[in-house]
Every structure is written in structure tokens, then in C-alpha cells.
Design a binder for this molecule. Structure first.
Ligand code: PDD
Length: 282
């Protein structure tokens, strides 16, 4: 398959980035991941807007959205007929320059831009039906988590800790309050009401989170966006993750404590509504 790198479509095996790339040296870049359902980008405009916000936050120039969409469509054309689900990855770094912390002089390097489309396997139905085990970890990330930066080492370490403890993923906890998971947001349902952390600088404001909140409102489910603790999470009726590739994924246990209803009706309904919005057959 081809990938897009700095204005060209190149075979994946020939796509090379310099050792002086600032993404490689400093994680000085931002990214997006978009779900492709049946060759169509899901919620493209929302992802593009978030990409532009992330670029602006690190003082990189805005990107041409119609050009990105055109490249994405070209990459999607390479998917086989059987590959109904895929992900589009977009990354932009501050380009290539001899290592120095300060920005390269203006005009000395264009950003490095990488895009690919790769097939993804949907999460097995049994996993969705049973829910997944989670652990909690201290949220020791920086205070600008809202920027979708490629600097993801705390997320990587937390995910690995989860795997080493036999869990699916980790829930970040900051000052006693639940923020999010390593690459997904977190919701709980209690007495018919839906809760998720507010979109402050301490979470990545997920596109799936946004869509799920809209879907909940369309079903007249009340939503509460105030911070909640792990104790509250443990008393919830349902707990679930939302994310581009995670979709709506029920949680079965947290630090070994079972969740009351690991495949609850709220998560099931919202997943069905999400799939409908993505144009999937029930
Ligand atoms: N991650 N929180 C974090 C820290 C994330 O990295 C992500 C997405 C989300 C969910 O956002 P969205 O619904 O827009 O996907 C929340 C992507 C999928 C990734 O890093 O692969």
C-alpha cells in the first residue's frame, strides 16, 4: 500500500523520515485518527477542526482541509473490497532541522506531513458483549492533554501497565477524579443518567465523546459533565469507553472490582446509534 509523505504518494516501504525530524527528536507534532466505515470518513469535519486546533496550539500553520480530504480519498481507494473498516492517520511535525529546542528559523523547513489508511479489525462482538477489564493509574500527563500531540509516552506506559496486569486499558485519575483512558474517553451511567468528564485541558475532547453526547441527547438521556471519582465509577450501573477505534466499549471491571452491568442497555443502545450514524447495518 502507498502512504502520503510530504506531498507524494510513496510505497509504504520507501517512506522515510529524517533523523533530524522534530517529531522523532522532540515529539514536536500533532495527529488525528479517523474511522473509515465502508470507504467513508466518519465525522471528517469534526476531526479536521480538532486537527486545526492542535496545529494552532503548537504554532504550526493550518492545513488545507480539502487537500487532506482529497489525499484521504486516494488512500482509501487502495482498500480491498473486503476491507470495510479502516483508519486514516494524519500526522504533522515541525519538519526537519539540526537538533535545537527552539523552533527552526521561519521558512527553513516545511512541516513533515504523513498520512496513511490501514484496515482495522472491528472489536469482536464477544468482547463488546462481555466488557473489558481496566486498571486505574495516576494521571501524570502534562496540563495540555487537549492538544492531540504525538508525545504519548505516559499513555504508552499506562497501556503497557494495563496489559502487564492482564487488563485491556488504564483509566487515568487526576486528584482523585477520573479523566479518561489511554486512547479513549470514559462514561458512566447511573440511574438512567449519563456522566463523562468535562472537556477541560485535562482530557482529549474525543470526537466519539461528542457524537455519543449528541446521540444521548437525541434519546432524551440526561447528561452530567461534572468530574467524578473512582468511588463513583465503582457504584455506577454501567461504565464504558468511547473512541474512534474503540467506538462504545463496555467496561467489566476496574482494579478487579466488577462493574454492576458490564453489557448494559445504555452502552448497547449508544453503540447501535453510533453504528447507524456511521451507515452500518444493524
Ligand atoms: N485516540 N483520549 C485520548 C487520550 C485519545 O488518544 C483518544 C483517541 C480519545 C478519543 O478521541 P476520539 O473519539 O476522537 O477518537 C480520548 C486515538 C484513536 C489514537 O490515539 O489512536
Amino acid at each position: 500500500m502507498h502512504v502520503y509523505l510530504n506531498g507524494k504518494m510513496v510505497p509504504e516501504s520507501e517512506a522515510m523520515v529524517s533523523i533530524d525530524d522534530r517529531g522523532f527528536l522532540f515529539a514536536d507534532g500533532v495527529y488525528e485518527v479517523i474511522h473509515v466505515y465502508h470507504k467513508k470518513l466518519f465525522e471528517w469535519e469534526l476531526h479536521l477542526a480538532r486537527l486545526q486546533r492542535s496545529l494552532a496550539a503548537i504554532q504550526l500553520p493550518a492545513m488545507d482541509g480539502s487537500e487532506l480530504a482529497r489525499v484521504a480519498e486516494q488512500l482509501i481507494l487502495e482498500l480491498g473490497p473486503e476491507q470495510s473498516e479502516a483508519s486514516l492517520y494524519i500526522e504533522a511535525t515541525r519538519g526537519t532541522h539540526r537538533r535545537a529546542h527552539g523552533f527552526p528559523p521561519p521558512g527553513s523547513t516545511p512541516p513533515t506531513v504523513l498520512m496513511w489508511v490501514r484496515p482495522v479489525n472491528p472489536i469482536p462482538k464477544e468482547t463488546v458483549g462481555q466488557g473489558v477489564p481496566m486498571i486505574t493509574v495516576p494521571d501524570d500527563r502534562w496540563a495540555k492533554v487537549w492538544i492531540k500531540t504525538i508525545g504519548l509516552l505516559p499513555n504508552v506506559l499506562a497501556k503497557e501497565k494495563a496489559h502487564q496486569s492482564g487488563a485491556f486499558d488504564a483509566i487515568f485519575v487526576r486528584d482523585g477524579m477520573v479523566t479518561e483512558a489511554t486512547s479513549a474517553n470514559i462514561f458512566m451511567a447511573k440511574d438512567g443518567m449519563l456522566y463523562t468528564a468535562p472537556a477541560t485541558n485535562y482530557i482529549l475532547s474525543g470526537i466519539t465523546r461528542h457524537v455519543v453526547l449528541e446521540l444521548a441527547q437525541a434519546r432524551n438521556i440526561s447528561v452530567n459533565l461534572t468530574p467524578f471519582s473512582v468511588d463513583q465509577l465503582l457504584m455506577a450501573d454501567e461504565v464504558f469507553l468511547t473512541g474512534t477505534l474503540t467506538e462504545v466499549l463496555p467496561i467489566a471491571s476496574i482494579d478487579g472490582h466488577p462493574v454492576k452491568n458490564p453489557s448494559g442497555p445504555m452502552a448497547r443502545q449508544l453503540l447501535q446509534d453510533l453504528h447507524e450514524r456511521a451507515g452500518l447495518q444493524p
